[in-house]
Design a protein around this ligand. Structure first.
Ligand SMILES: Cc1cc2nc3c(=O)[nH]c(=O)nc-3n(C[C@H](O)[C@H](O)[C@H](O)COP(=O)(O)OP(=O)(O)OC[C@H]3O[C@@H](n4cnc5c(N)ncnc54)[C@H](O)[C@@H]3O)c2cc1C
Length: 463
């Protein structure tokens, strides 16, 4: 045991896992198995005091520091070679106040933790489509999911956050205190400190009607065109994204079609039940639905419907943009490359970000792309590292074909890969300069740099 881990063990209540511990390999592993890094210690923090101790140790030792919420980031930001990891997974408590319709959520909670706690009250935080994703990273980057069109991005429901800063102090950021920090946290990623707890406004969400509609790949042009028209004006309580999907073995897939490539519209209707048919009919009219799994289900069931398709430990390489308009040329490029979707877990998902997300002012939060209508992500996900080259090439070729039709350089920070660092200014978009000023005020030495990094502007300049 090193002096460092000795000292840390004296100071923290959580476990300090180092290479001499039998569970070191487990503790250092993040979701994307491409990142096989060896930190000096993974500290499984249980409270803010633990977080403060690790920050102090990293500063004193001049060590790289990674902060891990759910560990899902494709670039593996939740781990680091030879540095320290603040692992927040044990800080996953959720307290619901059903009267005020507010939830206090630990910085290491997953979306599933939040759903589990809020669902019995008929309430929800707008989150993402896989329940094992961390609330921490997802929220700090923005947060897209089934409720985006009706409730906005996840950050639009954030009321306050407790943050341990680079200098070791814990502060609360909200509309009433440390407002510049609060602005920056909502879209600026993990650049400003460690969020030990989030306070969210909750929204009514009981059972929803949702799930995927499967269409023939050959109907993809009609599906994409019809989707483009409908989602621009569809009732906002409809969440619906487009994707490619190789048919899995499932009771609703005809046996002779398992393994065939389809396109899908994945739906979530959180509006009045009697309007379901009327709302879904335009989606059924775009082309013949060949298989479907659309049903009434609790929102957490929909939010975890695809978890098994993307377990921890697969290989991930993603590329993403924001787009205002889905042009006919872009649709042709999607079809050309979607046709080669190489693995059942790989896809391109086209998430809509209109509706409530666009009613928040461009400068109210740091999310720099409020004017965009869609967030497309080419998500390469596969099992075998021997297939890395071919799968990465598929993502690169696909992205190269659609990017010229995007009309913007930026993409969603949460959908980036580890070779996308140079895109950070474009990804933060119009907010970048102001984010750099807030960074200089709160983290002038860039202690928190294992992320989609924002370089501090001249130290001492405030936003
Ligand atoms: C399978 C899969 C599905 C996804 N689906 C969606 C989706 O539907 N919608 C969507 O918006 N995104 C989605 N994402 C992207 C996801 O939002 C990002 O990967 C996000 O970074 C994950 O957050 P995390 O806490 O799990 O990751 P981590 O790797 O733990 O963290 C990611 C970044 O956030 C920082 N961070 C995390 N927690 C904290 C904290 N408490 N305080 C300070 N910094 C913190 C980390 O330092 C790191 O820089 C998905 C990703 C995957 C892999």
């Amino acid at each position: 045991m090193t002096d460092l881990s000795h000292a840390l063990r004296d100071q923290v209540r959580g476990r300090v896992v180092t290479a001499s511990d039998p569970d070191y390999d487990d503790a250092r592993q993040v979701y994307n198995a491409m990142h096989d890094r060896r930190p000096r210690a993974v500290v499984q923090c249980v409270d803010s005091a633990d977080v403060m101790a690790v920050i102090a140790a990293a500063r004193a030792g001049g060590l790289d520091l990674a902060v891990r919420g759910g560990g899902h980031s494709v670039p593996g930001f939740g781990t680091v070679d030879d540095g320290l990891v603040i692992d927040l997974a044990k800080m996953n408590g959720v307290r619901v106040d059903p009267v005020k319709k507010v939830a206090r959520v630990g910085g290491g909670a997953t979306l599933g933790d939040v759903d589990h706690a809020t669902c019995p009250f008929g309430l929800a935080v707008p989150g993402g489509i896989i329940s094992t994703t961390g609330v921490g990273g997802l929220t700090l980057g923005g947060g897209l999911g089934y409720l985006t069109r009706s409730c906005g991005l996840t950050i639009d429901s954030l009321l306050s956050a407790d943050v341990v800063l680079a200098d070791g102090r814990q502060v609360t950021a909200s509309d009433y205190e440390n407002e510049d920090l609060f602005w920056a946290l909502r879209g600026g990623g993990g650049n400003f400190g460690v969020v030990t707890s989030f306070e969210f406004q909750l929204h009514a969400a009981g059972d929803v009607v949702g799930g995927p509609l499967f269409y023939e790949f050959d109907d993809a042009a009609a599906v994409l065109e019809g989707y483009r028209e409908y989602i621009a004006h569809a009732p906002e309580q409809l969440g619906c994204f487009f994707g490619w999907q190789i048919a899995p073995e499932a009771p609703f897939i005809p046996a002779d079609r398992i393994g065939d490539l389809f396109c899908v519209l994945v739906t979530c209707w959180n509006g009045p039940r009697e309007e379901t048919e009327r709302v879904f009919q335009p989606l059924r009219d775009v082309a013949e639905v060949r298989a479907e799994f659309v049903d009434v289900m609790p929102l957490p069931a929909l939010n975890s419907l695809f978890d098994d398709a993307v377990p921890k430990g697969m290989q991930h390489y993603w590329k993403a943009d924001f787009i205002t308009e889905l042009t006919d040329e872009a649709i042709a490029a999607h079809i050309e490359h979607g046709r080669n979707t190489p693995h059942i877990s790989s896809s391109m998902h086209l998430h809509p970000i209109n509706g409530a997300a666009q009613r928040v002012g461009a400068e109210e939060t740091a999310f720099g792309h409020r004017d965009k209508n869609f967030s497309p992500v080419v998500a390469g996900i596969w099992d075998d590292p021997a297939d890395n080259e071919a799968n990465i090439q598929w993502v690169k070729d696909y992205y190269a074909a659609i990017h010229p039709h995007s009309g913007s350089d930026g993409g969603y920070v949460n959908f980036m890969s580890d070779d996308d660092d140079a895109r950070a200014p474009a990804n933060y978009g119009a907010s970048y300069a102001r984010l750099a000023a807030v960074k200089a005020a709160y983290d002038p030495d860039n202690l928190f740099h294992v992320n989609q990094n924002i370089a501090p502007a001249n130290a001492g300049v405030t936003a």
